[in-house]
Design a protein around this ligand. Structure first.
Ligand SMILES: Cc1ncc(COP(=O)(O)O)c(C=O)c1O
Length: 406
């Protein structure tokens, strides 16, 4: 029977019979032939600059761009007009910080972030807090890596204006309680910015059901090309926000001394778009939808449970966050006693097993956990039980290779 892994050319067995065991999906995912073909088809037969020409080819490109918007918007449960194409999650989050944050924050206001935030949802807020006089505050997890209602009650105050959280932390791999956060934030008039970079590839995300005010994602973490991402924003907020970047296509009319802007979402899309990437993102979403969330989630949960069980048998492996598979999506971060994460990753690489080692762009969380760095194995819909076995076999050898005994 054909398996998902067969759709991914980079994961096919090589001449020596070995294949890549790719467990760095939290950083970026591999691309199925369906996505590669869609991008190639677009550039072979439909490429022109969207929203510019009136000739037929330009119309095809415009349709490709807007149809892709529709697919991404539907995927997130949003109307098309609330879906802005960006380069990636980072640009989407910078857009919110620069446009919404700079326009509406003032001294005394508080921006509340989860200490587990990726730098992309943290550094922009540091900059904006500095220029507006707002204060940055942090939410902290409990000893199991969970964000508790008590912590939310302690930190969300009438001064809170923005709550920024990753739906799933790229280190802890745990889903945050979005409903609890949104209810408390909205009760004090704050907006919620949800970083969905790590969640969209692992579970359904419905921004309307979640009632978040903004949500950001990257295409490359869900089997699409690099260089395309999206920001969802509630229309009433997007309309009162100033543009983020200026240039072609985001204007209604330009005069020597003043400019009026296009309607949303185009007001936030300055310059020529990455239509090939957008087409690839739409194809990736269709690919995921064809497999279905039930299948994907069941498979990934089984892999995570298998990996956690195996790690629990290795006494020198320390896993960060709760050691159960429940509420964990895609990611397991860990360290091996007395071995630097870079050594672990290099030793595994000898067996063609790719994992990430480092601070994972989440240095405040590393500080909070009292570590400089860690290893991370992260899973995707094409990973198999054999991949996890290879990971565990490799981890079982690391200390021996380092001369530390087993
Ligand atoms: C939780 C989270 N947020 C944001 C990002 C940034 O994504 P990008 O580099 O695609 O902008 C990442 C990337 O790893 C992430 O894991």
């Amino acid at each position: 029977m054909r398996k998902p892994i067969d759709d991914f050319p980079i994961l096919a067995p090589q001449a020596d019979g070995r294949r890549l065991i790719y467990l760095d999906n939290g950083a970026t995912t591999q691309k199925p032939a369906q996505v590669l073909d869609a991008v190639e088809r677009y550039y072979r037969s439909e490429n022109a600059n969207p929203h510019r020409g009136v000739y037929q080819l330009a119309m095809l490109a415009t349709d490709a761009h807007e149809n892709a918007r529709h697919t991404v918007a539907q995927f997130l449960g949003a109307p098309d007009e609330e879906l802005i194409f960006t380069q990636n999650t980072s640009e989407a989050l910078n857009l919110v910080a620069y446009s919404y944050g700079r326009a509406f924050l003032k001294p005394g206001d508080e921006v509340l972030l989860y200490v587990a935030e990726h730098h992309s949802n943290l550094v922009p807020w540091q900059w904006v807090a500095k220029t507006t006089g707002a204060t940055l505050k942090y939410l902290y997890p409990d000893e199991n890596g969970r964000l508790t209602p008590e912590e939310l009650d302690r930190k969300i105050t009438p001064n809170t204006k923005i709550v920024g959280v990753a739906h799933v932390s790229n280190v802890l791999g745990l889903e945050v309680p979005v409903a609890e956060i949104v209810r408390r934030a909205h009760a004090v008039g704050a907006v919620v910015v949800l970083d969905c970079a790590q969640s969209v590839a692992h579970m359904p995300v419905d921004v309307k059901a979640l009632d978040v005010d903004f949500a950001a994602m990257s295409g490359h973490k869900i089997y699409a090309p690099m260089g395309v991402g999206a920001l969802y924003g509630k229309k009433e907020l997007l309309e009162k926000m100033p543009p983020f970047l200026a240039g072609g296509d985001m204007i209604a009319a330009v005069h020597e001394q003043r400019t009026t802007y296009a309607e949303v979402p185009w007001k936030f899309e300055a310059g020529t778009r990455n239509v090939g990437g957008e087409v690839g993102l739409a194809a990736a979403i269709e690919y995921v939808q064809q497999l279905g969330w039930d299948t994907i989630m069941r498979q990934e949960e089984a892999l995570i449970a298998q990996a956690l069980d195996g790690m629990a048998k290795l006494p020198y492996v320390r896993v960060y966050g709760a050691a159960s598979a429940a509420g964990r999506h895609g990611v397991i971060s860990f360290n091996i006693e007395d071995v630097h994460p870079h050594d672990v990753a290099t030793i595994l690489d000898n067996d063609n097993v790719c994992i990430r080692a480092g601070h994972h762009c989440a240095q405040p969380l590393m500080e909070y956990l009292g570590i400089g760095s860690c290893c991370r194995a992260s899973f995707a819909l094409y990973n198999t039980a054999e991949d996890v076995e290879a990971l565990l076999r490799g981890l079982g050898r690391v200390r021996e290779v380092m001369g530390l005994g087993s």
